[in-house]
Design a protein around this ligand. Structure first.
Ligand SMILES: Nc1ncnc2c1ncn2[C@@H]1O[C@H](COP(=O)(O)OP(=O)(O)O)[C@@H](O)[C@H]1O
Ligand SMILES: O=C(O)[C@@H](O)C(=O)COP(=O)(O)O
Length: 412
């Protein structure tokens, strides 16, 4: 079994989506699983979704160690440490410290660092990470509120985060083939960044590293791996019929474009953090009434609730000083519960933090990954109490512009 440790929820489903594509029957656990683990044993891959990307270093390391321990108990003989394809981190971490800790626990001297995910425009050349046609440092990640990425050279980004040597396996060596890369890695220790500009490169890197007990990267490297099951069987999940909804707490530009595209086609309402301060119950009640009326009129028509239609809608705090993010996350989590009570069985959630809040609200603890909607985004089967439903967790920057109108076709 392959064990995945992902530093956020959408990152976990991103990795799992690519593993399923390659024939790994995969389940994501939301948090480190405890109690009865029997349902996780009959799998080709289990990915533990943590919330450690921006947690204090010690907490991220402890959570990753705990995840490793459970995965080893389940029989995982290889570990995939998944972080963001845009290398979201600070000079303190958490990518370096977590990789260091996993290496120590596993007793390995060398691992690879592969952020590349070409299907979503992330490529690494001469150690420099590109987002589309721009260097990472010139992409919108430059302005990320928690992990502003102002350097594109992965070796330089990683060096302050680790006590181990950091090196680069350049593209020319990757193109020399898997044997050449494997031989080079055998001569090195520490964290070795590997260039990859397309999925062919990732296949070479995957072949060259198939003997390593630990690999680290974005989800792209999984596309070079080969699982033991056939891809169609790996992605088989039950389709649950019921109402459809989109809950978008993502503030990213991609999500804004998806919302704008969907507005003429879906019933839509915008959540205003300001109104949630004093009138929360009324606001949520009105949204539920409006959504129910829409589903009664047209059961097939999805209802979309969003909180950022354009950049100006983002305000860190309300006028009275409350955190907008906390208010919106709590409101979307409660709406998810009320929507499922009302009969929603197909739910798209946009945003990593938002996905965490919504799934916690629903009390979900496992996601059985199904068919892909877009690179890094798939439908998954989960449970909220006794109710089974299909959810799709979308990382802010992923998905095609028509995703909120076309995702349902994948289940049809
Ligand atoms: N109008 C808003 N003003 C401020 N924060 C918001 C607003 N709408 C959503 N948020 C918060 O912004 C964060 C978005 O993070 P996330 O869900 O990971 O999506 P993304 O990374 O795509 O922006 C969440 O905490 C969400 O609650
Ligand atoms: O690797 C990636 O790019 C994604 O899996 C991911 O982690 C994106 O993070 P969020 O945009 O914060 O969801």
């Amino acid at each position: 079994m392959l064990g995945g440790i992902a530093d956020d929820f959408t990152g976990a489903t991103d990795l799992a989506t690519n593993l399923v594509t390659r024939g790994f029957r995969t389940t994501v656990t939301l948090g480190v699983p405890d109690g009865d683990l029997d349902d996780l044993r009959d799998h080709d891959a289990v990915v533990v979704a943590l919330k450690s990307r921006t947690a204090p270093v010690a907490e991220a390391v402890a959570d990753s160690r705990a995840a490793l321990s459970v995965l080893r108990d389940l029989g995982a003989d290889r570990i995939y440490d998944k972080y963001c394809s845009t290398f979201d981190s600070t000079p303190e971490g958490n990518i370096g410290p977590v990789a260091d800790a996993l290496m120590s626990e596993l007793g390995v001297d060398t691992t690879v660092v592969v952020p590349s995910f070409p299907d979503n425009g992330r490529t690494v050349y001469q150690g420099h990470l590109f987002v589309g046609d721009r260097l990472l440092s010139h992409s919108s990640m430059r302005h990320h509120p928690l992990t502003p990425m102002r350097e594109s050279d992965i070796v330089r980004l990683l060096a302050p985060q680790t006590t181990r040597p950091v090196g680069l396996v350049p593209h020319a060596l990757v193109r020399a083939g898997a044997d050449a890369v494997r031989t080079e890695l055998a001569a090195r220790t520490g964290l070795q960044v590997i260039d990859a500009v397309d999925t062919t490169d990732l296949s070479i890197v995957a072949a060259a590293t198939s003997h390593l007990p630990l690999v680290t990267g974005g989800s792209g490297l999984a596309l070079g791996m080969q699982g033991p099951s056939d891809a169609a069987g790996a992605r088989a999940v039950t389709v649950h019929r019921g109402f459809r909804a989109v809950l978008a707490g993502s503030a990213s530009r991609t999500t804004q474009a998806q919302i704008a595209h969907a507005r003429p086609h879906l019933t839509h309402l915008m959540l205003d953090a300001e109104r949630l301060v004093d009138d929360r119950d009324d606001v949520l009640g009105q949204i539920l009434d409006c959504a129910t009326a829409s589903w009664n009129r047209d059961p097939e028509r999805p209802v979309m609730i969003y909180s950022v239609g354009e950049p100006a809608d983002v305000a860190a705090t309300t006028r009275s000083g409350h955190s907008s993010a906390a208010l919106i996350e709590a409101a979307l989590a409660e709406l998810a519960v009320r929507f499922v009570d009302a009969g929603v069985r197909q739910l798209v959630v946009a945003g990593g933090e938002t996905s965490g809040a919504v799934l916690r609200g629903l009390g979900a603890c496992r996601l059985r990954i199904g068919p892909q909607i877009a690179p890094g985004v798939a439908w998954a089967e989960t449970r909220s109490g006794s109710i089974a439903l299909d959810v799709a967790l979308k990382s802010g920057n992923f998905g095609t512009t028509d995703m909120f109108t076309s995702a349902w076709d994948v289940l049809a």
